[in-house]
Design a protein around this ligand. Structure first.
Ligand SMILES: *[C@@H]1O[C@H](CO)[C@@H](O)[C@H](O)[C@H]1NC(C)=O
Ligand SMILES: *[C@@H]1O[C@H](CO)[C@@H](O)[C@H](O)[C@H]1NC(C)=O
Ligand SMILES: *[C@@H]1O[C@H](CO)[C@@H](O)[C@H](O)[C@H]1NC(C)=O
Ligand SMILES: CC(=O)N[C@H]1CO[C@H](CO)[C@@H](O)[C@@H]1O
Length: 318
């Protein structure tokens, strides 16, 4: 009996820690899908969101091959695949052959509506020799990260209210339809730990990246980002709080069971303004004020996610 018990304790511990690893944190680069791990093609592939991959430590060493990334509907790559363009932000109308690459990291965007879950394999495919130069199988039980919709801010004081808050990625919140009367003398967004918000949280810069006292909001949709090194995995609430008067204006809880896209970019904050629906109801004009331009493909990918979520939110508000 004693032996059984002594076995059971570490077993339970292992089980709970592996469960936790499963439930929490998509990781810095997303959920790992697989590793090419070959002589010709090497590198790890991660799922960032439903149609975005991140590839790290990638190597390809065949010169002038008629080779392309290839999205396959079967475990074993075949001619019935589709080219996944590299680089993801193409400068040419036609897909370019994969050049020799040594230890590089980049994103890949799946073409027209393909999702990671709809694929069985990702390969580097030689279109002339009709053969795979290296491939990974996409596990059926893969849990792909996705933005998470939370409730709205609780309505406690100063006319604070909002639409449902969305966690876009591990550092980024989209707050639609935000209202606040702007009269709190020392009000900030704060994040922190514990069962209830309190004044000892960490200040989160506003949508312009500023730590000034918050001004009023009148239905704007804003995007704010957690300061380094915080992510949504190590906070328990987001509050609008007046530090001088220790006053909670309203807050949202951050759930523990998150699997949101990794924050592969850091400077996407801004105000979004929807054009009045009068001119063309199907066209949503979006204006973003960016603090800092960084043309990397990763940033554009998250930017696209921001836009897509915004459009979804705007439509759900109609
Ligand atoms: C907004 O949040 C509420 C409460 O969590 C939820 O019931 C509702 O479905 C959410 N709305 C959307 C559009 O997700
Ligand atoms: C909350 O606690 C975690 C670990 O327990 C810590 O890493 C994190 O920095 C804390 N968050 C804040 C905002 O203090
Ligand atoms: C843009 O982002 C990439 C990846 O995060 C980084 O390596 C690069 O230094 C950034 N460039 C600028 C101009 O900030
Ligand atoms: C707030 C924030 O995370 N800013 C980052 C913006 O990007 C630069 C590099 O591109 C970082 O140094 C900053 O920390």
């Amino acid at each position: 009996m004693a032996n059984l018990k002594s076995l059971l304790v570490p077993l339970l511990f292992l089980l709970s820690s592996s469960l936790q690893a499963f439930a929490i944190d998509a990781g810095e680069f997303g959920v790992e899908i697989g590793d090419f791990g070959g002589q010709t093609v090497a590198g790890k592939v991660y799922a960032v969101d439903k149609n975005t991959l991140y590839v790290r430590g990638f190597k390809f060493n065949v010169r002038d091959a008629d080779a392309f990334f290839w999205a396959g509907k079967e475990n074993v790559p075949s001619t019935s695949g589709e080219i996944v363009r590299y680089p993801a932000e193409p400068k040419t109308p036609d897909p370019q052959k994969l050049p020799v690459l040594n230890d590089v990291a980049f994103i890949l965007k799946l073409p027209h509506g393909l999702t990671i879950k709809s694929l069985k394999s990702l390969a580097v495919w030689d279109k002339t020799k009709l053969k795979s130069l290296g491939s990974i199988v996409i596990p059926e039980n893969l849990v792909v990260p996705e933005p998470r919709v939370l409730p709205e801010f609780s309505r406690i004081a100063h006319g604070l209210r909002s639409g449902n808050v969305t966690i876009l990625d591990a550092k980024t919140f989209l707050i639609p339809d935000l209202h606040y009367d702007g009269t709190g003398p020392d009000a900030y967004f704060l994040v922190g730990n514990g069962s209830k918000p309190h004044g000892n949280g960490v200040k989160v810069p506003n949508e312009h990246g500023s730590l000034n006292v918050l001004h009023g909001y009148n239905g704007e949709t804003i995007v704010i980002q957690l300061p380094q090194p915080l992510t949504v995995y190590n906070i328990e609430w987001l509050v609008m709080w007046c530090i001088k008067y220790n006053h909670n204006f309203g807050y949202v809880r951050i759930p523990k069971d998150l699997n949101v896209p990794p924050a592969l970019e850091q400077n996407k904050t801004g105000v979004f303004k929807a054009e009045p629906a009068t001119s063309n109801p199907n066209k949503v004009e979006v204006q973003v004020q960016e603090r800092k331009e960084n043309g990397s493909a990763i940033q554009q990918s998250t930017f696209a996610t921001v836009i897509m979520c915004l459009v979804a939110v705007l439509f759900s508000m109609r």
